[in-house]
Ligand binder design. Structure first.
Ligand SMILES: Cc1cc2nc3c(=O)[nH]c(=O)nc-3n(C[C@H](O)[C@H](O)[C@H](O)COP(=O)(O)OP(=O)(O)OC[C@H]3O[C@@H](n4cnc5c(N)ncnc54)[C@H](O)[C@@H]3O)c2cc1C
Ligand code: SF4
Length: 439
């Protein structure tokens, strides 16, 4: 009798546990299904660069990849198997790949449907043009350590290949001061080359744009003139201050706010670089370390070079009690306006009549902000000029509007680095789902 009772209780508990886990699994799948649908609608489902490829026949749904991934909602469990959600936000460091207990994940670049333009780079990082090298994320394999390693190797190879007979002002120009460009510059200094490091923006590359609180995961790396940089979990400030100190201590010829517009070949190992400032430089070799983010598109309006104009919003909490104009109608513009509206007077200028192509979540928040007057819409207007205390816009009738202003944020899209490479004669190929790392 007692035995039968205990038996029944054990069976009931076991049944409850099974039911509980099945229910939790179903609820989790439903939530992930919703997130996948939303990511598809908002264009975040398709990976843009290096990303995990999950073999559904191998996956056992252990969830190890989800726990390992430091980014949010890139992978989730759907019907007991891992699936991609916001794949376009994957930064490709492969923590998921290393964590999978059954080797169901490989790292791929591009997908079968969406190809990715990659420059053709030889194993020594030289392109099809002798004397022009590519290092870092632009070549397909990102991350801070990989990019820095490639910068060092590309510079070593470029220096070894320099012919003696070509007389030029400079041995080498390194374009881009992200992890790849900085490491290449330190190596160039170590080798005693006559070189310049040009950066369109500020030292640090993509790292400079990370949110302040972001945990940066990296691995120890060997930096010339420094030795082993032993960072694992660090932050942007620590990395930027280390790099700045190295640049200063070793008198690296860094030229910030110097965008390279074009590279042309003048002869064997003789290149001319044209800068946006109108300056030009001649050199015997070039390392292109410009990453894959491209350059913000400028509007070409009077006053655009002024200090009050910016093309991204890095620390919104530092902007308070200002009259701000945000220019643009995409997600970046709307998100910036939403972030600034509570502590500033914000207007948003867009050349079209509606904000049509933004994420659903942004659309809802924007409508609320417009209705409450927290953001002033200036639809069907074009920015004409920027002055110290005001901006001037043209409406659709061609009437000029003057608005008091202290800060302008322009989000007019970006120019991808691929056309820059092609115009220099560098071969670019479309890559469809190429596997870069397999267990
Ligand atoms: C949100 C986010 C989080 C990340 N987190 C991590 C992480 O935790 N750990 C990790 O290892 N990696 C992380 N990464 C990836 C890492 O930041 C990049 O792989 C790495 O910065 C690539 O280095 P790079 O030198 O090749 O290019 P970038 O860092 O992109 O630098 C390229 C530089 O070139 C400049 N440039 C571009 N065009 C020109 C031009 N025409 N003239 C002059 N200069 C030009 C740019 O302004 C930029 O400063 C993350 C990336 C993102 C987006
Ligand atoms: S590669 Fe990194 S960011 Fe991408 S899914 Fe794996 S762990 Fe997450």
């Amino acid at each position: 009798m007692w035995e039968a009772l205990i038996y029944s209780i054990v069976i009931l508990i076991a049944a409850f546990i099974v039911w509980y886990y099945l229910r939790a699994g179903i609820q989790q799948s439903k939530s992930i299904e919703g997130k996948v649908k939303q990511a598809q609608e908002e264009g975040r489902f398709q990976p843009v660069s290096l990303h995990p490829h999950i073999d559904p026949n191998r996956c056992i749904g252990s969830g190890a990849c989800i726990r390992a991934c430091p980014e949010e909602d890139i992978i989730g469990l759907l019907d007991g198997r891992a699936t991609l959600i916001n794949a376009s936000s994957c930064i490709g460091h492969g923590a998921c790949f290393h964590s999978c207990p059954v080797d169901a994940i490989s790292l791929r670049i591009g997908t079968e449907e969406r190809g990715i333009d990659l420059p053709h780079v030889k194993p020594d990082y030289e392109t099809n043009i002798s004397g022009i090298y590519i290092a870092g994320e632009l070549g397909g394999m990102g991350l801070i350590k990989n990019s820095a390693d490639q910068g060092v190797q590309a510079c070593t190879n470029a220096a070894a290949a320099l012919p003696k007979e070509v007389a030029c002002d400079l041995d080498l120009v390194i374009i881009g001061a992200g992890p790849a460009g900085i490491a290449a510059a330190l190596r160039a200094k170590e080798l005693g080359l006559n070189f310049k490091l040009l950066e369109q923006d500020s030292l640090g590359g993509t790292v400079f744009t990370y949110p302040r609180e972001k945990v940066v995961m990296t691995q120890p790396m060997d930096l010339p003139l420094f030795g082993k940089l032993k960072f694992y979990n660090t932050n942007k400030e620590e990395l930027l201050s280390t790099w700045s100190k190295l640049i200063e201590d070793h008198a690296i010829p860094l030229q910030e706010h110097s965008k390279v517009k074009a590279i042309s070949e003048q002869g064997d190992y003789h290149f001319k670089l044209e800068l946006a400032s109108g300056e030009s430089l001649e050199c015997r070799s070039v390392i292109i370390a410009i990453g894959r983010r491209g350059s913000p598109r400028k509007l070409g309006v009077a006053g655009e070079e002024s200090e009050k104009v910016a093309y991204r919003l890095l620390e919104p909490e530092n902007i308070q009690n200002q009259k701000v104009l945000v220019v643009g109608g995409g997600d970046s513009a709307v998100e910036a306006a939403l972030l600034l509206m509570n502590h500033n007077q914000v207007s948003i200028s867009y050349r079209k009549a509606h904000f049509a192509r933004i994420k659903k979540g942004n659309q809802i928040k924007l409508e609320e902000a417009l209705a409450s007057g927290k953001i002033k819409p200036l639809l069907e207007t074009n920015l004409k000029a920027i002055e110290k205390e005001a901006v001037f816009l043209l409406d659709k009738e061609g009437q000029e509007l003057r608005i008091d202003n202290q800060k302008v944020f322009i989000f007019a899209g970006g120019e991808l680095p691929i056309s820059f490479l092609q115009s220099a004669g560098i071969t670019v190929e479309k890559t469809f789902g190429k596997t870069l790392k397999k267990h």
